[in-house]
Design a protein around this ligand. Structure first.
Ligand code: ZN
Length: 415
């Protein structure tokens, strides 16, 4: 096992660790550890809500979740010699749930997928599913099953949802400016268009007093992906992946967390992945001046991992950029097209006895493939969603006999 440079005791909050984590992006958050280029090391992580979600049959915890301390990140890890303009090379050597532990925290033998309420987080289909729901998943080695979605068992595509480097003060100011401008276009919207800095719930490693208050006023929230990486939720950051992160500050200051046992493309329920705490092993290196050398100046680039489930047969669903409710055409809108592909998949799965909520949870968590298939065939963008048939213990392929409808239980609901 490589040296653990950031440790997490799962029985404690991120606030009470030997070295506390952080939940905002800000260049002032001091490094928790320093590593050399070429080194291998382990980072331990809490689940992203810092353990607010329990292994039970009620979704009230998802409904009432406090998002102000999310995501809880491990780090920052400083890399010796890293300077602005470099590319930080990050290899994902290994990743998994909390090793050899069972317990009440996500990652201790289990994880969860949540549909967040429209009033508190929302999700990709929040206008169709405005209430909170949850599915608990039990881990069996690399496979997952859920008492809330019976009839499915699949190999997880395990990856970190969120890693990135610290922004420079200038980059942070740009984020805050442009995101506030977006919020200002519809400040009362539910769910909000973006999340501005929030002093409430802020954690910034060992900072306290005025320094912590400054991070609370200025620190960027962790929900979106940005130029530093961040919450990409790209399911292909599996074992064997190599990510090239822009370096914006001395030492690069790599942070992350939000480990996912599995996730489908789009992570459509907002926490549609199977969320867990656990560990991730890295190797890091530097490409000096790499941002200019390779033209990687706005966002990271990456080489997908080479360890992932192998499913070869799919039933695929297509969506186009039409509002079918009002029969209105939208112009080349890939978001609407993917949403329609998801809704079409859900309608199909309902014919086998699943509720819409169960199907929505499953599409977020299972290793489904989402594709932007066409964006030039005016006026309709076309997206497609590939659902592996082998994850079901019954045949979901269309046949002349019709769908095998059965009682498929219920996901966890809120009261
Ligand atoms: Zn996540």
């Amino acid at each position: 096992m490589p040296e653990v440079v950031f440790s997490v005791d799962q029985a404690r909050s991120m606030r009470d660790q030997a070295h506390p984590g952080h939940n905002r992006w800000h260049p002032d958050i001091p490094a928790a550890a320093t590593v050399r280029p070429g080194s291998e090391f382990r980072v331990e992580c809490q689940e992203w809500t810092d353990g607010q979600i329990g292994n039970n049959d009620s979704a009230n915890d998802v409904r009432d979740v406090d998002l102000s301390p999310c995501h809880m990140l491990s780090g920052p890890i400083a890399v010796e010699g890293a300077e602005p303009g470099d590319l930080l090379v990050v290899d994902i050597l290994d990743i998994g749930p909390v090793p050899q532990e069972t317990g009440p925290k996500p990652g201790q033998g289990w994880g969860y997928t949540g549909i967040f309420a429209k009033q508190n987080g929302g999700g990709f289909l929040t206008d169709y599913y405005p209430d909170a729901y949850k599915a608990i998943w039990d881990f069996h080695g690399q496979q997952a099953t859920s008492r809330h979605i019976p009839g499915v068992r699949f190999t997880g595509i395990t990856h970190p949802g969120l890693f990135g480097t610290a922004p420079s003060p200038e980059l942070l100011a740009r984020w805050n400016r442009r995101e506030q401008a977006l919020i200002d276009t519809d400040p009362g919207r539910v769910p909000p268009l973006a999340l501005p800095p929030l002093p409430e719930g802020v954690l910034a490693g060992t900072l306290s007093g005025d320094a912590l208050a400054k991070v609370g006023r200025e620190g960027a929230r962790t929900v979106p992906p940005r130029e530093n990486g961040g919450n990409h939720d790209i399911k292909n950051f599996t074992r064997g992946a190599r990510v090239f992160y822009p370096v914006n500050v001395d030492g690069a200051l790599l942070s992350g967390g939000d480990l996912h046992f599995s996730q489908g493309d789009g992570e459509i329920t907002f926490c549609g992945a199977i969320e867990m705490g656990g560990f991730i092993d890295f190797h890091v290196d530097l490409i000096k001046g790499g941002m200019e050398k390779y033209g990687v100046t706005t966002n990271p680039i990456f080489m997908p991992g080479n360890v992932e489930p192998r499913y070869s047969e799919f039933v695929s669903f297509i969506g186009i950029s039409v509002d079918h409710g009002s029969d209105t055409n939208l112009y080349n809108d890939a978001t609407v097209a993917y949403r329609n592909a998801c809704l079409n998949a859900i309608e199909y799965l309902k014919k086998f006895g699943y509720s819409g909520e169960q199907a929505y949870l499953l599409l977020g968590a299972a290793p489904i493939e989402g594709r932007v298939s066409g964006v030039v065939d005016i006026p309709n963008a076309c997206c497609s969603l590939y659902l592996p048939t082998e994850i079901f213990d019954f045949d979901i392929r269309p046949t002349a006999d019709g769908p095998r409808r059965a009682d498929r239980g219920s996901c966890a609901v809120s009261s």
